[in-house]
Design a binder for this molecule. Structure first.
Ligand code: SAM
Ligand code: SF4
Ligand code: SF4
Length: 338
């Protein structure tokens, strides 16, 4: 299990990406993720992995082939001293270190994030209209506040900045064309994500999914996009570029054209569980090993055997399960971070 050895699961997929949720708490209540009004039981502070534990874990599994790490949440920018964790991770031999945020605290944090070694950010912004945004995120939020965060991220060189938009039919799908134009002018990649049935609370149903095909059809009436070749196996977004500019537009068709066959992601929850799929139920405890001061080899062995047993492909089975009336209980999105 030395450096450079590849770890493959039962479907031949390598382990390359790690998503680390650093908190299950959030300063928003997006109704597609963590609807307002629920009585959420958050992890206690002592249940949450410390920065050293996260760093030790990441360091241990890099030899298994992990090249990219993304910090997420909940809202990662509300975890105190997140910059310190970034500095600790940026010392490790990774090709990419990024973070996904709702952007509320990005303006004040962008400079420190960059200085600590973060390479780039993805900002989630589901609407360009104040009223719709506030309704979607369950809090009074001005679009301009998030846009200022994006501008600051660009200004300090956290590049490229990408914007994620979760599209829900009947809620924000009519904004797609406006968004394509708006972010082209801003020089920022926008990625439209199909509404997914993550968790158990967001009242997902197939008829609330606006498919990537529908998105592309409506955009094509206004903009000329050409496909961009994917840059690596396992890239989830289908990438396109405006014919008259370098700016890209991406589509994530998790529901209507699943990409489980290439899925090379492992996820670590804030309380130290490993998930081999976004739609997993419980996860596998790794905190116990980390808190018992297990050496790197032991951690690697644990992850290796977990990955070797992996055969997840929920998105490919979703429609069949729905048709059979089977609705599995799943972990909530704010606990795994997308
Ligand atoms: N709080 C951060 C944020 O919103 O960017 C990071 C965590 S959030 C769970 C990560 C991503 O998941 C966001 O881009 C969000 O839009 C997306 N997301 C949440 N619920 C979703 C759903 N039901 N379907 C599709 N994407 C979803
Ligand atoms: Fe919070 Fe992000 Fe979930 Fe919205 S999508 S509730 S910002 S974790
Ligand atoms: Fe990966 Fe699971 Fe999503 Fe399929 S459903 S792409 S295996 S996370």
């Amino acid at each position: 299990m030395g450096a450079g050895s590849m770890t493959r699961d039962k479907l031949g997929r390598e382990l390359r990406d790690l998503r680390v949720s650093i908190t299950d708490r959030c300063n928003l209540r997006c109704n597609f993720c963590m609807p307002d009004g629920e009585d959420y039981q958050f992890f206690r502070r002592d249940e949450i992995l410390r920065f050293e534990e996260i760093r030790d874990f990441v360091k241990a599994i890099i030899p298994l082939g992990v090249k990219k790490v993304r910090l997420t949440g909940g809202e990662p920018l509300i975890r105190r001293d997140v910059e310190k964790l970034i500095a600790m991770l940026s010392d490790l031999p990774l090709e990419d270190l990024s973070l996904t945020t709702n952007g509320l605290k990005l303006k004040e944090k962008a400079r420190a994030l960059k200085a600590s070694g973060l390479k780039r950010v993805t900002v989630s912004l589901p609407s360009l209209r104040d009223h719709t945004l506030s309704k979607l995120v369950g809090r009074e939020v001005k679009v301009s506040k998030i846009l200022e965060g994006i501008q600051e991220a660009l200004h300090v060189g956290l590049s490229p900045v990408k914007v994620n938009v979760c599209i829900i039919k009947g809620v924000n799908h009519e904004e797609i064309v406006d968004m394509v134009g708006f972010f082209r002018d801003m020089g920022v990649t926008v990625r439209f994500i199909e509404f997914m049935d993550v968790g158990n609370l967001n009242e997902w149903s197939m008829d609330r999914v606006f498919s990537v095909k529908e998105m592309r059809d409506v955009i094509s009436q206004h903009y000329d996009l050409e496909p961009v070749e994917r840059s690596y196996r396992g890239e989830v977004a289908q990438r396109y570029r405006h014919k008259d500019s370098h700016v890209e537009v991406g589509f994530v068709s998790s529901v209507t054209q699943p990409f489980c066959g290439d899925c090379n992601r492992l996820r670590l929850t804030a309380d130290g569980r490993l998930l081999t799929c976004l739609f997993a139920q419980e996860g596998h405890d790794i905190k116990g090993l980390l808190r018992a001061n297990a050496d790197e080899e032991t951690i690697r062995r644990f992850v290796c055997s977990l990955w070797a047993e992996r055969e997840d492909n929920y998105s490919e089975k979703r429609l069949e399960l729905i048709n059979r009336g089977i609705i599995p209980k799943k972990i909530e999105m704010f606990q795994i971070g997308g």
